[in-house]
Design a binder for this molecule. Structure first.
Ligand code: ZN
Length: 356
Protein backbone atom coordinates (compact mmCIF):
# COMPACT_ATOMS: atom_id res chain seq x y z
CA UNK A 1 0.00 0.00 0.00
CA UNK A 2 2.14 2.86 -1.28
CA UNK A 3 -0.08 5.76 -0.17
CA UNK A 4 1.47 8.11 2.33
CA UNK A 5 -1.13 9.30 4.79
CA UNK A 6 -1.38 11.63 7.70
CA UNK A 7 -3.80 10.92 10.53
CA UNK A 8 -5.34 13.63 12.78
CA UNK A 9 -4.56 17.28 12.25
CA UNK A 10 -3.65 15.85 8.90
CA UNK A 11 -3.73 18.78 6.46
CA UNK A 12 -1.68 20.87 8.85
CA UNK A 13 0.95 18.12 9.10
CA UNK A 14 1.18 17.37 5.39
CA UNK A 15 0.35 20.62 3.64
CA UNK A 16 3.96 21.15 2.53
CA UNK A 17 3.87 17.87 0.62
CA UNK A 18 0.46 18.71 -0.81
CA UNK A 19 1.53 21.99 -2.38
CA UNK A 20 4.76 20.43 -3.63
CA UNK A 21 2.72 18.17 -5.92
CA UNK A 22 1.99 20.87 -8.50
CA UNK A 23 0.44 24.23 -9.29
CA UNK A 24 -3.00 23.32 -10.68
CA UNK A 25 -5.38 21.38 -8.46
CA UNK A 26 -8.83 20.08 -9.40
CA UNK A 27 -10.96 19.41 -6.31
CA UNK A 28 -13.81 16.90 -6.66
CA UNK A 29 -16.24 16.97 -3.78
CA UNK A 30 -19.89 17.01 -2.70
CA UNK A 31 -21.94 19.39 -0.64
CA UNK A 32 -21.06 18.20 2.87
CA UNK A 33 -17.40 19.25 2.62
CA UNK A 34 -18.57 22.87 2.84
CA UNK A 35 -20.15 22.11 6.21
CA UNK A 36 -17.53 19.95 7.93
CA UNK A 37 -14.59 22.31 7.45
CA UNK A 38 -12.56 20.09 5.13
CA UNK A 39 -13.01 22.14 1.95
CA UNK A 40 -12.23 25.34 3.76
CA UNK A 41 -9.01 23.85 5.17
CA UNK A 42 -7.76 22.70 1.79
CA UNK A 43 -8.72 25.96 0.04
CA UNK A 44 -6.77 27.90 2.66
CA UNK A 45 -3.63 25.88 1.93
CA UNK A 46 -3.97 26.52 -1.82
CA UNK A 47 -4.61 30.24 -1.33
CA UNK A 48 -1.74 30.67 1.13
CA UNK A 49 0.57 29.07 -1.41
CA UNK A 50 -0.77 30.82 -4.53
CA UNK A 51 -1.96 27.61 -6.14
CA UNK A 52 -4.58 27.57 -8.89
CA UNK A 53 -7.61 25.42 -8.09
CA UNK A 54 -11.14 24.77 -9.24
CA UNK A 55 -13.91 22.98 -7.41
CA UNK A 56 -16.47 20.53 -8.75
CA UNK A 57 -18.91 20.13 -5.85
CA UNK A 58 -21.79 18.26 -7.48
CA UNK A 59 -20.61 14.69 -6.89
CA UNK A 60 -23.58 12.33 -6.71
CA UNK A 61 -23.80 9.31 -4.44
CA UNK A 62 -22.70 6.28 -6.49
CA UNK A 63 -20.86 8.33 -9.13
CA UNK A 64 -21.79 7.58 -12.72
CA UNK A 65 -19.63 7.44 -15.82
CA UNK A 66 -21.67 10.37 -17.21
CA UNK A 67 -20.68 12.51 -14.25
CA UNK A 68 -17.01 11.68 -14.72
CA UNK A 69 -17.30 12.54 -18.44
CA UNK A 70 -19.01 15.81 -17.53
CA UNK A 71 -16.16 16.75 -15.19
CA UNK A 72 -13.60 16.20 -17.96
CA UNK A 73 -15.72 18.17 -20.48
CA UNK A 74 -16.20 21.07 -18.09
CA UNK A 75 -12.78 21.34 -16.49
CA UNK A 76 -10.50 19.86 -19.16
CA UNK A 77 -7.44 17.71 -18.61
CA UNK A 78 -4.82 20.33 -17.87
CA UNK A 79 -4.32 19.62 -14.18
CA UNK A 80 -1.35 18.61 -12.04
CA UNK A 81 -3.28 16.97 -9.21
CA UNK A 82 -6.81 15.68 -8.62
CA UNK A 83 -8.14 15.95 -5.08
CA UNK A 84 -11.02 13.68 -3.98
CA UNK A 85 -12.67 15.18 -0.95
CA UNK A 86 -15.63 13.60 0.83
CA UNK A 87 -16.99 10.05 1.03
CA UNK A 88 -16.18 7.19 -1.32
CA UNK A 89 -18.04 8.80 -4.23
CA UNK A 90 -15.82 11.90 -4.75
CA UNK A 91 -12.67 9.89 -4.07
CA UNK A 92 -13.63 7.20 -6.60
CA UNK A 93 -14.63 9.87 -9.13
CA UNK A 94 -11.29 11.66 -8.58
CA UNK A 95 -9.44 8.43 -9.35
CA UNK A 96 -11.29 8.02 -12.66
CA UNK A 97 -10.68 11.67 -13.58
CA UNK A 98 -6.97 11.35 -12.71
CA UNK A 99 -6.59 8.45 -15.17
CA UNK A 100 -8.57 10.15 -17.94
CA UNK A 101 -6.60 13.41 -17.59
CA UNK A 102 -3.34 11.60 -18.13
CA UNK A 103 -4.32 9.30 -21.01
CA UNK A 104 -5.99 9.59 -24.40
CA UNK A 105 -8.44 6.80 -23.73
CA UNK A 106 -12.19 6.32 -23.68
CA UNK A 107 -14.01 6.03 -20.38
CA UNK A 108 -14.75 2.32 -21.07
CA UNK A 109 -10.99 1.75 -21.14
CA UNK A 110 -10.78 2.43 -17.40
CA UNK A 111 -11.78 -1.20 -16.86
CA UNK A 112 -8.98 -2.48 -19.05
CA UNK A 113 -5.79 -2.03 -17.00
CA UNK A 114 -3.61 -2.67 -20.04
CA UNK A 115 -4.86 0.49 -21.74
CA UNK A 116 -3.01 2.83 -19.40
CA UNK A 117 -0.02 2.88 -17.09
CA UNK A 118 -0.18 6.26 -15.40
CA UNK A 119 -2.54 8.70 -13.70
CA UNK A 120 -2.23 12.21 -12.34
CA UNK A 121 -1.26 12.29 -8.66
CA UNK A 122 -4.37 11.71 -6.55
CA UNK A 123 -4.92 13.23 -3.12
CA UNK A 124 -7.73 11.87 -0.95
CA UNK A 125 -9.39 13.51 2.03
CA UNK A 126 -12.10 11.24 3.45
CA UNK A 127 -14.91 12.81 5.45
CA UNK A 128 -16.69 9.57 6.31
CA UNK A 129 -15.30 6.46 8.01
CA UNK A 130 -15.99 3.50 5.83
CA UNK A 131 -15.01 3.47 2.19
CA UNK A 132 -11.26 3.01 2.61
CA UNK A 133 -10.81 4.52 -0.87
CA UNK A 134 -8.11 6.81 0.54
CA UNK A 135 -5.80 3.79 0.89
CA UNK A 136 -6.83 1.57 -2.02
CA UNK A 137 -6.21 1.07 -5.75
CA UNK A 138 -9.96 0.66 -6.41
CA UNK A 139 -12.65 2.88 -7.83
CA UNK A 140 -16.28 1.90 -8.30
CA UNK A 141 -18.46 3.78 -10.78
CA UNK A 142 -22.06 3.26 -11.86
CA UNK A 143 -22.54 2.31 -15.50
CA UNK A 144 -26.08 1.98 -16.92
CA UNK A 145 -27.43 1.54 -13.41
CA UNK A 146 -24.88 -1.10 -12.42
CA UNK A 147 -21.81 -0.88 -10.22
CA UNK A 148 -18.58 -1.44 -12.10
CA UNK A 149 -15.21 -1.26 -10.42
CA UNK A 150 -11.69 -0.88 -11.72
CA UNK A 151 -8.42 -1.65 -10.04
CA UNK A 152 -5.04 -0.21 -10.97
CA UNK A 153 -1.77 0.39 -9.13
CA UNK A 154 -1.63 3.94 -10.48
CA UNK A 155 -4.79 5.02 -8.64
CA UNK A 156 -3.42 4.48 -5.17
CA UNK A 157 -3.56 8.05 -3.79
CA UNK A 158 -0.20 9.77 -3.59
CA UNK A 159 -1.21 11.42 -0.33
CA UNK A 160 -4.20 11.06 1.97
CA UNK A 161 -5.27 13.32 4.79
CA UNK A 162 -7.32 11.30 7.23
CA UNK A 163 -8.85 13.48 9.90
CA UNK A 164 -11.61 12.33 12.28
CA UNK A 165 -12.59 15.94 12.91
CA UNK A 166 -14.35 16.04 9.51
CA UNK A 167 -16.56 13.09 10.47
CA UNK A 168 -17.99 14.73 13.60
CA UNK A 169 -20.98 16.19 11.74
CA UNK A 170 -22.08 12.92 10.14
CA UNK A 171 -25.69 12.07 10.99
CA UNK A 172 -26.59 8.78 12.64
CA UNK A 173 -27.79 6.97 9.53
CA UNK A 174 -24.61 7.78 7.61
CA UNK A 175 -22.44 6.92 10.62
CA UNK A 176 -24.09 3.51 10.73
CA UNK A 177 -23.96 2.76 7.02
CA UNK A 178 -20.34 3.87 6.58
CA UNK A 179 -19.30 2.04 9.77
CA UNK A 180 -20.95 -1.08 8.35
CA UNK A 181 -19.01 -0.61 5.11
CA UNK A 182 -15.73 -0.59 7.06
CA UNK A 183 -16.84 -3.68 8.98
CA UNK A 184 -17.73 -5.38 5.69
CA UNK A 185 -14.29 -4.62 4.27
CA UNK A 186 -12.62 -6.05 7.36
CA UNK A 187 -14.73 -9.22 7.57
CA UNK A 188 -14.77 -9.89 3.82
CA UNK A 189 -11.02 -9.42 3.65
CA UNK A 190 -10.46 -11.81 6.55
CA UNK A 191 -12.71 -14.45 4.99
CA UNK A 192 -11.26 -14.02 1.47
CA UNK A 193 -9.24 -16.82 -0.08
CA UNK A 194 -6.66 -14.13 -0.75
CA UNK A 195 -6.16 -13.24 2.91
CA UNK A 196 -2.70 -13.75 4.33
CA UNK A 197 -0.99 -13.14 7.70
CA UNK A 198 -0.28 -9.54 6.70
CA UNK A 199 -3.82 -8.63 5.64
CA UNK A 200 -5.18 -10.38 8.74
CA UNK A 201 -3.22 -8.06 11.00
CA UNK A 202 -5.25 -5.21 9.55
CA UNK A 203 -8.60 -6.93 9.09
CA UNK A 204 -8.81 -8.47 12.55
CA UNK A 205 -7.69 -5.31 14.29
CA UNK A 206 -10.36 -3.40 12.36
CA UNK A 207 -13.08 -5.91 13.29
CA UNK A 208 -12.07 -5.74 16.94
CA UNK A 209 -12.22 -1.94 17.05
CA UNK A 210 -15.45 -1.54 15.05
CA UNK A 211 -17.26 -4.23 17.03
CA UNK A 212 -16.76 -2.34 20.30
CA UNK A 213 -16.78 1.23 19.04
CA UNK A 214 -19.68 1.41 16.58
CA UNK A 215 -22.44 0.72 19.16
CA UNK A 216 -20.95 3.35 21.49
CA UNK A 217 -20.54 5.89 18.72
CA UNK A 218 -24.15 5.52 17.55
CA UNK A 219 -25.22 6.69 21.00
CA UNK A 220 -22.68 9.51 21.17
CA UNK A 221 -22.20 10.94 17.68
CA UNK A 222 -20.15 13.97 18.64
CA UNK A 223 -17.58 12.00 20.65
CA UNK A 224 -14.22 12.75 19.02
CA UNK A 225 -12.35 9.81 20.58
CA UNK A 226 -14.92 7.35 19.22
CA UNK A 227 -14.89 9.03 15.80
CA UNK A 228 -11.11 8.70 15.83
CA UNK A 229 -11.21 4.99 16.65
CA UNK A 230 -13.71 4.26 13.87
CA UNK A 231 -11.74 6.26 11.33
CA UNK A 232 -8.55 4.43 12.27
CA UNK A 233 -10.34 1.09 11.94
CA UNK A 234 -11.77 2.13 8.59
CA UNK A 235 -8.24 2.92 7.40
CA UNK A 236 -7.01 -0.49 8.57
CA UNK A 237 -9.92 -2.18 6.81
CA UNK A 238 -9.08 -0.23 3.66
CA UNK A 239 -5.49 -1.44 3.79
CA UNK A 240 -6.67 -5.02 4.25
CA UNK A 241 -8.84 -4.87 1.09
CA UNK A 242 -5.99 -3.27 -0.83
CA UNK A 243 -4.32 -6.67 -0.28
CA UNK A 244 -7.28 -9.04 -0.70
CA UNK A 245 -10.15 -7.21 -2.39
CA UNK A 246 -13.74 -7.58 -1.17
CA UNK A 247 -15.78 -10.76 -1.41
CA UNK A 248 -19.34 -11.93 -2.06
CA UNK A 249 -21.21 -9.58 0.33
CA UNK A 250 -20.08 -6.59 -1.76
CA UNK A 251 -21.16 -8.22 -5.01
CA UNK A 252 -24.55 -9.16 -3.50
CA UNK A 253 -25.12 -5.67 -2.13
CA UNK A 254 -24.40 -3.67 -5.30
CA UNK A 255 -27.78 -4.26 -6.98
CA UNK A 256 -29.65 -3.34 -3.80
CA UNK A 257 -27.82 -0.03 -3.78
CA UNK A 258 -28.23 0.85 -7.44
CA UNK A 259 -31.81 -0.42 -7.83
CA UNK A 260 -33.31 0.05 -4.38
CA UNK A 261 -31.37 3.05 -3.16
CA UNK A 262 -30.10 1.31 -0.01
CA UNK A 263 -26.80 2.81 1.15
CA UNK A 264 -23.73 0.81 0.13
CA UNK A 265 -22.46 -0.18 3.59
CA UNK A 266 -25.88 -1.31 4.78
CA UNK A 267 -26.69 -3.17 1.54
CA UNK A 268 -23.41 -5.04 1.88
CA UNK A 269 -23.20 -5.77 5.60
CA UNK A 270 -26.60 -7.46 5.77
CA UNK A 271 -25.10 -10.36 3.78
CA UNK A 272 -22.17 -10.88 6.14
CA UNK A 273 -23.94 -13.37 8.44
CA UNK A 274 -24.75 -15.48 5.37
CA UNK A 275 -21.21 -15.18 4.05
CA UNK A 276 -19.72 -16.31 7.38
CA UNK A 277 -22.15 -19.19 7.70
CA UNK A 278 -21.39 -20.44 4.18
CA UNK A 279 -17.63 -19.97 4.47
CA UNK A 280 -17.55 -22.16 7.54
CA UNK A 281 -13.76 -21.81 7.82
CA UNK A 282 -11.69 -21.44 10.99
CA UNK A 283 -11.49 -17.72 10.25
CA UNK A 284 -15.25 -17.41 9.86
CA UNK A 285 -15.75 -19.24 13.16
CA UNK A 286 -13.23 -17.00 14.86
CA UNK A 287 -15.08 -13.90 13.64
CA UNK A 288 -18.43 -15.27 14.80
CA UNK A 289 -16.95 -15.90 18.25
CA UNK A 290 -15.92 -12.25 18.39
CA UNK A 291 -19.62 -11.40 18.00
CA UNK A 292 -20.71 -13.88 20.67
CA UNK A 293 -21.75 -16.37 18.02
CA UNK A 294 -24.21 -14.17 16.11
CA UNK A 295 -23.47 -11.25 13.87
CA UNK A 296 -27.19 -11.05 13.15
CA UNK A 297 -27.91 -10.31 16.82
CA UNK A 298 -25.16 -7.71 16.88
CA UNK A 299 -26.73 -5.98 13.89
CA UNK A 300 -30.15 -6.13 15.48
CA UNK A 301 -28.80 -4.54 18.66
CA UNK A 302 -27.25 -1.59 16.83
CA UNK A 303 -30.43 -0.90 14.90
CA UNK A 304 -29.63 -2.32 11.46
CA UNK A 305 -32.85 -2.27 9.44
CA UNK A 306 -33.42 -3.09 5.82
CA UNK A 307 -36.61 -3.27 3.84
CA UNK A 308 -37.43 -2.99 0.14
CA UNK A 309 -39.93 -4.51 -2.29
CA UNK A 310 -38.48 -7.04 -4.70
CA UNK A 311 -39.78 -9.25 -7.53
CA UNK A 312 -38.71 -12.73 -8.68
CA UNK A 313 -37.52 -11.19 -11.92
CA UNK A 314 -35.25 -8.79 -10.06
CA UNK A 315 -33.81 -11.59 -7.94
CA UNK A 316 -33.00 -13.53 -11.09
CA UNK A 317 -31.32 -10.54 -12.69
CA UNK A 318 -29.25 -9.84 -9.57
CA UNK A 319 -28.27 -13.50 -9.26
CA UNK A 320 -27.11 -13.53 -12.86
CA UNK A 321 -25.04 -10.39 -12.26
CA UNK A 322 -23.36 -11.69 -9.10
CA UNK A 323 -22.57 -15.02 -10.75
CA UNK A 324 -20.34 -13.12 -13.19
CA UNK A 325 -18.59 -11.03 -10.51
CA UNK A 326 -14.92 -11.53 -9.76
CA UNK A 327 -15.77 -11.75 -6.04
CA UNK A 328 -17.17 -15.26 -6.46
CA UNK A 329 -13.85 -16.99 -7.09
CA UNK A 330 -12.21 -15.59 -3.96
CA UNK A 331 -15.07 -16.29 -1.54
CA UNK A 332 -15.05 -19.64 0.26
CA UNK A 333 -18.38 -21.50 0.07
CA UNK A 334 -18.60 -22.55 -3.62
CA UNK A 335 -21.04 -19.95 -4.86
CA UNK A 336 -22.95 -21.17 -7.87
CA UNK A 337 -26.17 -19.59 -9.14
CA UNK A 338 -28.33 -21.55 -6.69
CA UNK A 339 -26.30 -20.41 -3.72
CA UNK A 340 -26.32 -16.77 -4.84
CA UNK A 341 -30.09 -16.92 -5.26
CA UNK A 342 -30.28 -18.53 -1.83
CA UNK A 343 -28.34 -15.58 -0.37
CA UNK A 344 -31.05 -13.18 -1.55
CA UNK A 345 -33.83 -15.46 -0.30
CA UNK A 346 -32.02 -15.69 3.02
CA UNK A 347 -31.97 -11.89 3.29
CA UNK A 348 -35.69 -11.69 2.51
CA UNK A 349 -36.39 -14.26 5.19
CA UNK A 350 -34.12 -12.53 7.73
CA UNK A 351 -35.27 -9.03 6.87
CA UNK A 352 -37.89 -9.52 9.59
CA UNK A 353 -34.96 -9.67 12.00
CA UNK A 354 -33.47 -6.63 10.33
CA UNK A 355 -36.67 -4.77 11.13
CA UNK A 356 -38.00 -4.65 7.57
ZN1 ZN B 1 -17.43 -1.01 0.44
Amino acid sequence: MPTKFYFENAIEKGKGELVALGTRFLIITGQSSRKNGSLEAVIKVFKDNQKYFEIFDQTEENPSEQMVKKIIETYGKNWDVVVGLGGGSPMDAAKAVAVLCKNEIEIEDLYNPEKYSAALPIVCIPTTSGTGSEVTQYSVLTVNGQKKGFKHETIFPKLSFIDPVYTLTMPEELTLSTGLDALSHAIESAVSKRSNPMSELYSFKAIEIIKDTLPELLKDLSNYELRKKIMFASTLAGISISITGTTIAHALGYSITTEKGIRHGLATAVFLPFELQQANTQTAKKILEMFDGSLLNYFKNIGVKISFPVSDKELETWTERVSKASHVAITPGNYNREKIYEAYLWLIEKSGLYGG
